[in-house]
Design a protein. Structure first.
Lengths: 177, 363
């Protein structure tokens, strides 16, 4: 029985989970969904000595432990048109595709990105309740621990607050006339 | 402009065939063809591979306006398709730099002064005069090479990038409404040759409104000679140059060792010194100049060159600032700065990117 359903992960989180050697635990206890470009962006992490450690996600997709979704150019274009020109340029392709997946679905995805600009984008899209920190994910599946700041609940809350400030200042999402 | 048309235009601008794109991305020729003709819509993962290869953003590929006019002027253009690939990379870096300036709200207000259009044809005396004015306005002092790069970047907002280019001696420049003025230098060249290329390209930027017309997009031989004249007079201003020569010569004729010493003083090549001396000291015989240059090659040059990074220091500082302010994602920051995601994530330890670490990171 999965403790967290429809958990959309960004590349930063995937890489960090491999660093922490918690990837398999998250996959076991969560219904993990990855955007195709996130899979293509996640190949290795650097260990404490700075040495590259490769990993692969293909086998997880092949045997159904992870679900991989992708969107077409049209959906990204639709997402792009919600924001001011050039705003999406601040995000990488994996984040943009993940947001597009989230927006096109009625399913209650939770998006774990560990990135300030993503949290702000979610606030702008009025989907902040779908943002989740890695700290919270690990707590919910019984693997709670202290994490680096960007993966913490504290960081997530700060970024959501920043996102509200952005909205008030008219940054990010286009406002309809 | 439809997505398919933009994809084809971006591919052609980067000098690649469909077969080459297939080899580099793994996306089949038939799929690529269908994307370009609009018969099939690419997935985001396809767009990402193509965007990376063409040095364009996905945001750019999805744009609907006409492809922008992009002109890159070369000093010794490499053979195709190397030139197109270098241009694509150069323009991508320029656009990234511009993005960072916008996101950090640090667009440079100081601009390069455009050269005054003379009443008649722009000629060598105009190039000399322009060099004098630029040296004065930018306060470059008696040895301009020492500060020219820094002043252009930090005061004038010129975006200067260094990429490994072949053959040696190539440099390029571009101007755009969006990113402003930009120069590309060959990182394989020694510093003193890059100084000359920098000054040479600066001429093209300053005279862009004069020489870039509908009829004349590429510089002709005369314009190139004017640029060389400008560069010599900018980097080796007459009075300090004469003083340095007189101190070396002490009444005797010019020797190769003198050339090398003057070259070191002004941080240019011995060739440049030789031709400048020929002009100022009225050496009429070309073979005398060639003899001096040949002789200078035998004199050991004690200078050590550096290997500049691809991304300028200010670029990396802006990237760190944008990351700290939450204006750019970690993945995008990693791409812009040329580091791995893991390294980018470590920069944000404790919620603050370490500017010094990013600025010092190998670019």
């Amino acid at each position: 029985m999965k403790r967290l359903r429809l958990l959309l992960l960004d590349a930063n989180v995937v890489i960090h989970l491999f660093e922490l050697k918690l990837w398999n635990a998250v996959v076991e206890y969560c219904e993990v969904v990855l955007a195709r470009t996130v899979v293509e962006e996640s190949h290795f992490y650097e260990d404490e000595d700075g040495q590259r450690q490769d990993f692969e996600l293909a086998s997880y997709e092949a045997d159904g432990r992870v679900r991989v979704e992708e969107v077409g150019a049209e959906q990204i274009r639709n997402l792009r048109q919600l924001f001011h020109p050039g705003y999406l340029e601040r995000l990488d392709a994996g984040e943009a595709e993940s947001l597009a997946l989230l927006m096109q679905s009625r399913d209650p995805y939770l998006f774990c990105a560990a990135d300030s600009i993503v949290a702000k984008a979610l606030v702008n899209l009025q989907r902040e309740e779908q943002a989740i920190s890695l700290e919270e994910v690990l707590q919910k599946i019984g693997f709670g621990r202290k994490l680096r700041y960007q993966f913490s609940r504290e960081a997530q809350q700060k970024w959501i607050k920043d996102g509200h400030a952005d909205m008030i200042q008219g940054r990010g999402i286009r406002r309809m006339a | 402009m439809a997505l398919g048309d933009r994809l084809r235009a971006a591919r052609e601008r980067s000098g690649l065939t469909l077969m080459q794109v297939q080899e580099k991305t793994g996306v089949g020729v038939s799929s690529l063809s269908e994307f370009e003709t609009g018969m099939r819509e690419p997935k985001v993962s396809h767009l990402q591979k193509l965007a990376r290869l063409y040095h364009r953003s996905i945001d750019f590929l999805l744009g609907e306006e006409e492809m922008p006019q992009e002109l890159v002027l070369w000093r010794q253009r490499p053979a195709s398709p190397l030139a197109e690939q270098a241009e694509s990379q150069f323009l991508e870096l320029c656009n990234w730099y511009h993005n960072l300036e916008v996101w950090c709200d640090e667009r440079k207000t100081h601009c390069l002064p455009d050269a005054m259009r003379p009443k008649g044809r722009f000629w060598y005396t105009d190039a000399q005069r322009l060099a004098h004015e630029v040296r004065r306005k930018l306060e470059l002092g008696d040895h301009p090479a020492m500060s020219l790069l820094k002043v252009l970047e930090e005061v004038c907002g010129v975006k200067v990038f260094h990429l490994p280019l072949e053959p040696s001696g190539t440099a390029a420049c571009s101007r755009s409404v969006d990113f402003g003025a930009a120069i590309l230098l060959n990182s394989n060249n020694v510093r003193w040759r890059r100084n000359f290329d920098l000054a040479h390209e600066l001429f093209h930027l300053l005279t862009w409104p004069i020489f870039r017309t509908e009829q004349s997009q590429e510089p002709d031989q005369i314009e190139e000679k004017l640029a060389t004249c400008f560069a010599r007079h900018l980097l080796m201003p007459e009075e300090p140059f004469r003083d340095a020569m007189n101190e070396c010569l002490d009444g005797e004729k010019i020797e190769p060792e003198d050339l090398v010493e003057i070259a070191r003083l002004f941080d240019v090549s011995a060739d440049a010194v030789a031709w400048h001396a020929a002009f100022l000291f009225n050496i009429k015989k070309e073979e005398d100049v060639h003899r001096l240059i040949a002789g200078a090659k035998a004199v050991p040059d004690v200078r050590e060159s550096d290997r500049p990074g691809q991304r300028p220091e200010r670029f990396r500082a802006l990237a760190a600032k944008a990351l700290n302010a939450g204006e750019i994602s970690i993945g995008r920051f990693a791409e812009y700065v040329g580091v791995s995601r893991g390294q980018a994530m470590r920069y944000t330890e404790q919620g603050k990117a370490e500017y010094e670490t990013v600025a010092a990171a190998p670019a």
